[in-house]
Design a protein. Structure first.
Lengths: 247, 247
DNA sequence: CCAAAAGTGTTGAAGTTACACCCATGC
DNA sequence: GCATGGGTGTAACTTCAACACTTTTGG
């Protein structure tokens, strides 16, 4: 009986994931679609689900992430807890919960996570909480289900702060990338233009990039050199952190 | 019936508060004492309690804080969620929960908060979860109940990061304070020595301090000038934040 | 040859670190 | 008069922001 209780869903605690991607132009976020016509206005939501009583919070977030994207072992960090008593104020949200949860009226606290993935690694999966899912441009999102819009804003702020201090941005790029792509990534996360020459100088000085001495092919302009991380140095800096990248 | 349910304690979600103080020498934290002899080893714990279903997380944290210290409207910020399924692994913790909770075996996720108070404002109160409470030197704490030691470490890190970026340290000082006290505060939070002259120069340049043109009395050395905040400028900077204080 | 993005250095200003001595008070 | 912490300035160095032109490719 205790055993059984331990592996049940906890009706009061969920995790929601803000999964960021980068389409080489703009920051994107993975949203689930709650279905056409039925929930007008805020049809889209962050992926998430209730936790099981026998898993910890990080495990629950990884489970949601893997169920949706098929990915595991990717960058994942807790953002914080959300959950006003009046979080479920929209009628459409209430209806949706009735369709997917055993106790749709329960007070739910959600623990939000931020994840960074390479878009190219993502293979869409149907999952227990989403018929369909897809990438949306972060800058074009103005409304989401529940308090998910607020969570997204907090996630953006956290990413902004963190990318200045730790070299986590690389999690959003493919293995081989150009300095211009990295530059564009920083600009779209920080939401401001960065001087090209200063950016290159700074990022190269960190010593976390290896020049592959290989060039882009098939581009209608001067081809760029490709880089990858220096994994060892990257891990070193990920742990110690910087005082400030200076951006 | 719905109404009743809404104002009940939620058995699965609690808040715990890491309440920092500063005794003019060292960083301190407010701990509750679970009683002599009964719980050896980790007698001390962070103050905290289950949340009510009709209050939000910030309200719950404020309630715990006020119940314990009699203070409200003080600096309070969410740290994050904690709660492995095996969080209650020590027998002494289990026993204690049996004595204070209706469902002592329930899986509990706790939302940790960090609070900064002036020690002189603190008047001890008995409370629903503590017979007695008191300040402990942070650097002398090596063990706490549940996962509270881990939470304390996370709170220290958060405070370190935050104090470099926002002028929140003042919440730990009395209204009138000396630059040396502020200097000592920064040193004990950052846990490293800071050059006196450079510290003074930097902090004064921010323009958030007003020189009261008033001196310490009764000290056996050259009396120091007293300062207070420039409240307006302080609020201004609290909101915008700095890129970096540079410490 | 044109369009498009890649790549590259210098300069002036600001900020950072390191460092040593005299001052005012209580005892 | 001595012990204690308060208060002050400078020089060398590093970092930062601003800024424009040439190069290589595809079409």
């Amino acid at each position: 009986m205790l055993k059984k209780n331990q592996s049940e869903l906890n009706p009061n605690v969920s995790v929601d994931c803000v999964i960021f991607g980068f389409d080489m132009e703009n920051l994107t976020v993975l949203l689930i679609d709650r279905g056409k016509n039925k929930y007008p206005g805020s049809r889209m939501a962050l992926p998430g689900n209730l936790i099981y009583n026998d898993e910890n919070l990080d495990e629950a977030a990884n489970r949601v992430l893997e169920e949706l994207t098929g990915l595991n072992n990717i960058y994942l960090e807790q953002l914080g807890a959300f959950g006003d008593p009046n979080r479920i104020c929209k009628e459409s949200d209430r209806e949706w919960l009735k369709s997917i949860r055993a106790e749709p009226e329960a007070r739910v606290i959600t623990i939000a996570y931020v994840s960074l993935v390479q878009i190219s690694d993502y293979t869409p999966h149907a999952s227990s909480f989403a018929q369909s899912a897809g990438w949306a441009l972060v800058k074009e999102i103005h409304e989401l289900a529940f308090d998910h819009y607020e969570i997204l804003q907090a996630a953006k702020e956290k990413l902004k702060e963190k990318i200045k201090i730790q070299p986590i941005g690389f999690n959003l790029l493919p293995e081989k990338f150009t300095l211009s792509q990295l530059h564009r990534l920083y600009e779209s996360v920080l939401d401001k233009p960065l001087d090209k020459r200063n950016f290159r100088r700074k990022i190269l000085k960190l010593g976390i990039l290896t020049n592959l001495k290989e060039k882009q092919k098939g581009v209608p302009h001067k081809p760029s050199e490709l880089y990858k991380f220096n994994e060892e140095r990257y891990l070193e800096l990920s742990q110690t952190g910087y005082d400030n990248f200076g951006f």
